[in-house]
Ligand binder design. Structure first.
Ligand code: KG4
Ligand code: ZN
Length: 351
């Protein structure tokens, strides 16, 4: 089967073509993956402006889909199903993708499957690596989410923990904004942190003792919180900046120290959860999984604990439609299709 995936939940207009291969070990073949980023539109505002985002999606969607088809050397007649992000996300942005996908499905007489954005991030791991030992614990860490899922069966995701307040990517973006590093902040902080001293600045590490949402035996091991760290970093910077701007070396030290705390927290919680459920592998997906230290530290911890760690390629870490196509194929494999009257749902849940 050949499926066209469409993703417009935030500020990237994306389309991709994925085909099934019939090979159990590598069931999906990525044929094209096109992303039109709106970063330049939103940069001057320091973050995504919903109204500008939806208008830009309307401008870009046709060209992006045409490009995905031509990169995959196929035409509309080759598309046997469509998958589209139904939510969560910005409603005006989601509506562009959902309307486009439903209209294309209706005119082609092909099925359309509604996909949860985080199911897409999770499936990016399977798209990249084929099979992954189960049960797996998957950390989805992005600008909007920091959540841990247990995957015991392909395509079945059970939420076992999440952030109580900010997402990790949100904290990255906020700290970067204060440092005057622009939007999105994660990639710049990641780059600058490489030259900084990660012990230079003392920042608090979030701790929990309360029971986890759905798995009491995982007591406090699977919850995240980044608002305390974010506020502490902001306070420290505001105090320091009252005496004048930071030198490049100081900026690098703040980035490295902040990143150390975020990454240690993410890695510790993920591996505690993996031990708690007896996982045979660990996956890390979402925009922040592009982070170089997170990748390196998780791989090192995996080696120490004898657990394989799977992350998607960088092009599949941040928002893209290939992961949506993959999640759509997974839903179809499980016998699911969506009626044509489904709607965008900005608060869609997965579990
Ligand atoms: O998954 P994504 O593209 O969009 C959402 O679903 O939110 O994630 C975007 C987030 C942003 O907060 C961005 O700063 C962060 O991922 N990000 C990174 C890196 N690359 C992107 N954070 C840390 N290090 C990176 N290299
Ligand atoms: Zn995302």
């Amino acid at each position: 089967m050949t499926i066209l995936g469409i993703e417009t939940s935030c500020d990237e207009t994306a389309a991709a073509v994925v085909s099934t291969t019939g090979d159990q070990g590598r069931p999906w073949h990525l044929r094209s993956n096109v992303v039109a980023s709106q970063t330049d539109v939103h940069r001057e505002w320091g973050g995504v402006v919903p109204e500008l985002a939806s208008r830009q999606h309307v401008r870009d969607i046709c060209g992006v889909v045409e490009r995905a088809l031509s990169d995959a050397a196929c035409n509309w007649g080759d598309i046997e199903a469509l998958a589209v992000t139904q939510g969560p996300g910005l409603v005006g942005s989601l509506l562009v993708g959902v309307s486009f996908a439903k209209a294309a499905a209706a005119s082609l007489g092909r099925p359309v499957v509604a996909v949860h954005h985080l199911a897409g991030h999770i499936e990016s791991i399977w798209l990249e690596h084929g099979e992954v030992p189960l049960p797996a614990v998957v950390l989805v860490v992005s600008g909007g989410h920091t959540s841990l899922y247990e995957v015991r069966q392909r395509g079945v995701y059970r939420l076992i923990g999440r952030t109580r307040d900010d997402a990790a990517g949100e904290a990255y973006d906020k700290v970067a904004r204060l440092l005057g590093l622009g939007y999105p902040g994660g990639p710049v902080v990641d780059r600058l942190a490489r030259t900084g001293n990660d012990q230079a600045v003392a920042l608090p590490r979030p701790r929990f003792t309360g029971p986890s949402r759905s798995k009491p035996h995982l007591e406090g091991m699977t919850e995240f919180s980044f608002s305390g760290l974010k506020s502490a970093t902001v306070r420290l910077l505001q105090k320091r900046m009252a005496d004048g701007p930071l030198s490049d070396a100081e900026t690098a030290d703040v980035c490295a120290s902040f990143q150390r705390v975020v990454v240690e927290t993410l890695v510790d919680r993920t591996f505690s959860a993996a031990a708690g459920i007896g996982a045979r592998s660990v996956g890390i997906a979402g925009g922040v999984s592009a982070n170089s230290r997170l990748r390196a530290d998780a791989a090192a911890r995996g080696l120490t604990e004898g657990l394989p760690v799977f992350v998607p390629a960088l092009s599949l870490s941040t928002d893209n439609a290939a992961m949506i196509a993959a999640a759509g194929l997974r839903r179809i494999e499980r016998g699911f299709s969506s009626p044509l009257d489904f709607n965008a749902d900005p608060a869609l849940t997965l579990d």
